[in-house]
Design a protein around this ligand. Structure first.
Ligand SMILES: *[C@@H]1O[C@H](CO)[C@@H](O)[C@H](O)[C@H]1NC(C)=O
Ligand SMILES: *[C@@H]1O[C@H](CO)[C@@H](O)[C@H](O)[C@H]1NC(C)=O
Length: 198
């Protein structure tokens, strides 16, 4: 759990504390926290519809139901696995993945991810290990998807599920309100001040 939180704070910093829901509509999706909020690459806004993703140069890496290991139409840009976006059958954002190329070593020469993290949460996927988070119910992503009205009401999503196993039904559901974190294993990460800007 600790390494999980470290990972999320390092790579998906807008999740956890920095990423709580202000009102009913979660109206953006940004990735890549950086020290300088004015740097173009930091807090990059990600496309929340498949149509917009295509316009922004993302291409489909795999279609819905291509594997049992996750759900969603998966898009990436410039074949960069560090941010891969998942859309439902209707083209609305459903989740996000981070892919780590196999063969990565830590500074001390150990394989990363560590053996005990393989398949929960880092799922073996070809030449990558992937970690997946969903913003909607995974059961609907490749079946009915969201309607335009769902998307208008919820925005990016209405839940935060982090897949911790080889199937999209194996999820950890993050509380959406900080007050619900008490008596859970979630702990406060060490954020830099600018992590809380958004
Ligand atoms: C994730 O799954 C692993 C393997 O089943 C388990 O040991 C671990 O406790 C799970 N993590 C959480 C936060 O539930
Ligand atoms: C994906 O598989 C589910 C379950 O078999 C099926 O109901 C659904 O129609 C499939 N979706 C697509 C887009 O093929």
């Amino acid at each position: 759990m600790a390494s999980f939180i470290v990972l999320l704070t390092a790579v998906l910093p807008l999740m956890a504390k920095c990423f709580l829901f202000n009102g009913p509509n979660w109206n953006n999706l940004r990735v890549t926290w950086g020290m300088n909020p004015f740097n173009y690459n930091n807090y990059a806004t990600m496309p929340r519809t498949e149509q917009d993703a295509i316009l922004k140069g993302f291409v489909m890496k795999s279609n819905c139901n291509a594997t049992r290991n996750f759900v969603g139409k998966r898009y990436w840009k410039d074949e960069d696995p560090s941010v891969m976006l998942l859309y439902d059958v209707n083209g609305y954002i459903a989740g996000i993945q981070i892919g780590i190329a196999k063969g990565l070593k830590t500074g001390s020469g150990d394989n990363y991810p560590f053996q005990q993290q393989i398949n929960a949460p880092f799922v073996d996927d070809g030449d990558l290990y992937i970690i997946t988070a969903y913003f909607t119910d995974p059961a609907t992503v490749c079946t009915i998807g969201r309607t335009e009205s769902d998307f208008r009401t919820h925005g990016t999503g209405n839940v935060l599920h982090i897949q911790n196993g080889t199937l999209p039904t194996d999820v950890i559901t993050a509380p959406t309100h900080e007050k619900d974190l008490t008596s859970t294993e979630w702990t406060e990460g060490k954020c830099f001040p600018s992590m809380e800007l958004w």
